[in-house]
Each structure stands twice: as structure tokens, then as C-alpha cells.
Design a protein around this ligand. Sequence first.
Ligand code: FES
Length: 152
Amino acid sequence: MTSAFDDSFKELEQSVMEDMRRVYTEKTIDHFFNPRNLGQIQAPDGFASVTGPCGDTMEIYLRVNNGRIINVTFWTDGCGPSIASGSTVTEMVRGKSLVEAKKIKQDDILNALGGLPEESLHCALLAANTLREAIRDYLAFKNEPWKRAYRR
Ligand code: FES
């Protein structure tokens, strides 16, 4: 037996989901609610924390072996589209070589999500830029890992 409260909560939930579906693809909504690879990697081989013009920050952590990304995680304090973009970009690069991963751009993330609204395009750019910086960080320290101890 359901209460009047349960019924009105369900109606509200359905209406919120309908509103979201008008704006976002199913894939994007799925990544909002079930973000992949969320979290941190202790002592990562590559790391970046990038703050976009909107003031939101994304972090990407890489574990690299033989030039291949064997583990990758992200974290963000940003909006739903930034969660979807971080989640998607980590799925895209897991198992890829650094050479392949470096080629991933904002448009690749947008295509994987089936698009984002105009006002959220920069959220995919934040994910692409954070990935690029994490790879750059890995390459900068690859041959001189002791320098990490002096990293700010
Ligand atoms: Fe800042 Fe989406 S609004 S990342």
C-alpha cells in the first residue's frame, strides 16, 4: 500500500526526469546518476586539477604502465554535465595508449554523450583539458619521478 506522500513523491520524481530528458540524452543522465571511475588513485602516475572559467574544478588521476592507461579516475565539484563528461572521458581512455588518449578532444566527449546543451559545452571542454593536463603531468615526471616530491 502506498501513501499519498509516496504517490506525490513519485509524481515529482517523474516530472524531474521528464524535464531532464528534454535537455539531456539518456546516456548523459545515466552518467549523472551512475558515474564511472569516480574517486582518487593514491600516488598516481599522472594527475591534474583544472578549474574552468565557470569556477568548477575537475581532477583526473592516471595509473600508467608501458605507455598505457591501466587505471583512471576523476573527481569534480561541478555540475551534472561535468560529472557525465568526467565519467565518459575516463571510460574512453581506460586501456588506451597515451598516444591515443592525447587525441581525445571536447568533441569526442560530446559525441560519446550524444551532445550537451549549448550552455554545458564547456563542461566537456573541462574534462578534455583535465585529461590533457594529467597526461602532460605524467610525461613531465616520467623520467624523473623523484621530482614529484617537490611538486606543489
Ligand atoms: Fe562548471 Fe559545468 S557549469 S563544469
